[in-house]
Design a protein around this ligand. Structure first.
Ligand SMILES: Nc1ncnc2c1ncn2[C@@H]1O[C@H](COP(=O)(O)OP(=O)(O)OP(=O)(O)O)[C@@H](O)[C@H]1O
Ligand SMILES: [Mg+2]
Length: 357
């Protein structure tokens, strides 16, 4: 589930005039109704740096930079939904107040960021001096790993040239896609996946605020599926709340289309002990009935296999084949053929296990 685009589209506030050229953004007339329609990821987006959960070391350091008026160029990197965009927006709000949009230029993957934009738009924004003589403006390059190498190269000089009145914040998921020259001009902060208890705290606030009827099982399933991605946790919670009156474990798995652990258990047990054809038919049936994707089945099986007992050599054999099957699937392998390969892998592992006994 990748909801990144949805959240970005709903970014209601008017952005820098440069970026907003000709794009009419409809929301923001009636705050109350707008608030109701907002996806929870936006409604509960941290406003201040203190609202950003986990990452206290990062927010404390940045706070100190701001207090001393010594903000360096920043580079935020880490997996999705861990608060990178939220943090820099909170920083902007802290520096410029509620009217921060006028002082920043925010460009993300939905904007053209080729070399021309670096040469014109960014330079132009950087050149015009701020209204407040002491201050600097902020240029946020979100999802910068999508920028072309040429644009990044052009940026190197721009960053240096305008350091006097502009600070850059470069945000990306994969830091190795940012040229070393830019990395060395910035102070780097890694946003790691959020620890489960931190996600839980925030989820609890939302559950209370929105009167979600969620069971303890449901919450645990939600946290497990979120894998430290707060955006995913909030989106799944909202979807479940919209679809069901009471959100339990089954509802969470149904909502996300993830296979239920019990289904995975049944499938893996069948692969280990049933005869080939019986097992194959059973999985095929289950796949169509529950709408399971083989990819999810493999990751589920992978997790489950780690909890069962197997001889070391059988386990190694199986894990290797699981990885190979997953890779072949991701490059467009046929689901049915890969399913038989998966089954064969399990059969082979069982045989190996029996031989070395
Ligand atoms: N550390 C956090 N504290 C509180 N809420 C968070 C945190 N991280 C993410 N969220 C929630 O998830 C949503 C998405 O976060 P954000 O846009 O900051 O993620 P991101 O790190 O920029 O992800 P991406 O790499 O996909 O752009 C926010 O609107 C917020 O509701
Ligand atoms: Mg982001």
């Amino acid at each position: 589930m990748d909801s990144d685009d949805d959240t970005r589209m709903s970014d209601a506030e008017p952005v820098s005039p440069l970026r907003n050229k000709g794009k009419a953004k409809a929301v923001d007339q009636d705050a109350a109704t707008a608030d109701d329609n907002l996806p929870w990821v936006e409604k509960y987006r941290p406003v201040t740096l203190d609202d950003v959960v986990s990452h206290q070391d990062i927010t404390a350091t940045i706070n100190r930079f701001i207090e001393k008026n010594r903000l360096p160029h920043l580079l935020f990197y880490g997996p999705p939904g861990t608060g990178k965009t939220s943090t820099i927006l909170a920083v902007a709000r802290r520096i410029y107040g509620a009217d921060y949009r006028k002082q920043i230029l925010e460009l993300n993957a939905s904007d053209d960021r080729g070399i021309d934009v670096v040469r014109e738009q960014i330079k132009q924004f950087a050149e015009t001096r701020t209204l407040f003589a002491k201050g600097f403006k902020l240029i946020i390059l979100d999802e910068a790993d999508m920028m072309t190498q040429a644009a990044q190269a052009a940026l190197r000089r721009v960053i240096e040239q305008y350091t006097k009145n502009v600070r850059f914040c470069i945000i990306c998921n994969y830091v190795n896609k940012i040229t070393p020259a830019i990395q060395s001009r910035c102070t780097r902060f890694r946003f790691s996946p959020l620890p489960i208890p931190e996600v839980e705290k925030r989820i609890n606030t939302v559950v209370e605020g929105e009167n979600v009827n969620i069971t303890e099982d449901g919450k645990q399933a939600l946290l497990k599926l979120s894998k430290g991605d707060m955006r995913r946790a909030l989106n799944v919670l909202q979807a479940c709340h919209a679809a069901y009156d009471i959100v339990g474990e089954t509802e969470v798995y149904n909502c996300t289309g993830n296979p239920h652990p019990q289904d995975i258990e049944a499938i893996v047990n069948s692969m280990l002990s049933d005869e080939f054809t019986t097992s194959y038919q059973m999985i095929l049936k289950m796949k169509t009935e529950r709408g399971l994707a083989l990819q999810d089945l493999i990751s589920g099986a992978y997790e489950y296999v780690n909890t069962i007992e197997l001889k070391p050599n059988a386990r190694i054999y199986l894990l290797d084949l699981l990885a190979t099957t997953e890779h072949r699937l991701s490059t467009g392998g046929n689901e049915k053929i890969q399913l038989t390969a998966l089954l064969s892998a399990f059969k082979g592992a069982v045989e190996l296990s029996a031989k070395s006994a």
